[in-house]
Structure formats: structure tokens, C-alpha cells
Design a protein around this ligand. Sequence first.
Ligand code: PHE
Length: 329
Amino acid sequence: MKEKIQEIKKDFDDNLKSVSDLKALEELRLKFLSRKGQVTQLFDAFKALPTEEKKLYGKEVNVFRNTLQTKYDKLKADLEAAKVDEKDVIDLTLPGRRKELGSLHILSQTLYEIKEIFKSLGFSVYIGPEMESDHNNFEMLNFPADHPARDMQDTFFINDDFLLRTHTSPVQVRLMETSKPPLRAIMPGKVYRNEAISAKSYCLFHQVEGLYVDTNVTFAELKGTLIAFAKQYFGEDVKYRFRPSFFPFTEPSAEVDLWWEPKGKEGRWMEILGCGMVDPNVLENCGIDSEQYTGYAFGMGVERIAMRKYGIDDIRVFFDNDKRFLTQF
Ligand code: PHE
């Protein structure tokens, strides 16, 4: 009996050494520990022994079986812990995932370029809020009480006194109220209009306001500055025209059109800005002596400028967030 136990033990230990995966371990279990395994057979042989010998070997056989079982259990636990889930295996031959790089929106790029040109012409940058008082947006700018721009059709009112600014001109007021001339600044930002959305107009767009107040500022300087801007931005051969116009807060007033020939379409004039000499009433409203100072102002549409530059004929594409459009710039 003793020899038999030793024999099985040696055999088991030899086999155990070569077990490197769960499949081989299962073979080991079948060979030794299963119902038909060698250890079980040992028990059968034991049962057949005379009582004397049973006493002698009973404990030994039990301990032996438990030892093998313990060794088996430990190796099984180790193999299971070391087992690598297939989904965790990294396949180094797979192509990588490309990270998409973001870029500045075309309007941000355009605004940036406009700002750079005016900075080089001596303008600083000043910012005002998008929610404005009716007072700054209209009253201070000489809009008569019944002016159509105050109509519910055009303005997003927040309450009786506040609204979403319909243009960047109220920022002129804020600047003139808080600083003394000479003043030379551009004021970029979003403006809002309650208009039907179409290829030509959107409920929100961007403007760059400009203001220059000093002694002896003339309309010729206004013209010179705007032409210098147009040539720098669109090129020396840009075709432009100044057209007389009307704004309550400038006198005289003008609008500037650029000649535009969209590909395959007939050429036409496209309005890109309004401008004029600051109305003396506006200067006085803001506490600036209109006998001593004069000024010019302009407000340009950033979308229009980008449309003219890149040949875009629908303003809505700026706001659709369609990557096919955005990634072109
Ligand atoms: N605020 C005017 C508009 O939105 C543009 C403008 C600005 C005109 C400054 C004259 C002077 O249409």
C-alpha cells in the first residue's frame, strides 16, 4: 500500500510540473482525482484490506488524497488568475485611431484678421455686452421713439427696458461715456435681429463697430481708413463704392458696397458696412463737446465680409455646424 501511494504521488508530482494551462490541469484531474482516477482507485483497494491494515493506512490515504487535492486547487487558482481575457489582448498590428484636430471657426478667423488690420491702423479693441438697455441701443443713438427698428419685428426684447442688441453701436456709447477723446477703437461682437431666416439674413450675426473721435476728424479720413481696410483684406484691386445712406446716429451717412461675382453667376454689388460722421447729438448725449470734437463711426457685417472673401452665398452655413463646410477653412 505504502509503495502504491509513493508511486502515485511521484507520478502526480511529475505530471503537475508539466501542467501549464487549464486544459492540461483538467487532464491531470481526470487521471488522478476523478471518480475513475488513480486516487479513487486507491480507496477501492483500501476498502478491500483486512481490518488491521485499514487501521494502519486509513489516515495516510486520506491525508494523501487531501494533499493532492490541495496542490490541484492551488494550481487551478493560479492558472485562472493568470488567464488573459481575449478582449484585453492588444493587437499591435491594428491601424491607430486618428484624433481629429479642431480649428477656429471661419467667423473667428475672419474676426481675427479684421482685428489685426485695424490694430495696425492704430485702433484698440473694446467689448460691450450682448444684452443691452433700450436706452443705449436706441435712445442714446438718436433713434426717434417711433423708429421702425424698435418694432417687435426687428428686436428681441427681454422686457420693456432690455433687449438683445440689434447692432454694436451701443458699445460706442459705452466707450464715449467712460473715456475722453481722442478715442480710436473697434468693437466686435454678436448682434441679434428678429427677422425671417433666409439665405441673406439670420437671427444673429457679427459686426465690427469702429469709432474715431478727436479734433478735426473728417469724412475723408473715414473714407481713407475704410478703403485701406478693404484693400488690405480683399487685395489692391477690390472694387468698392460709397453710397449715401441714413442712420439716426450719423450725419452724413453712407454705406459701402463691394463688387462681387460669385462663380457662374452674374456680378452684383454687396453691402458690407454702414458708416458716417457721428451725429453731434450723440456726442452731446455721451458728454462730449460737439463744438470741440468730431468723429466718424462704421459698422461692418463680419458674415458678409467672409461671404465676399470665400464666395459663400448663404449666410446660414455659418451657423449649421456642418463639418463638411467648417473643415474647408
Ligand atoms: N449700426 C449700423 C447697423 O447696424 C451700422 C453703422 C454703424 C452705421 C456705425 C453707421 C455708423 O446697420
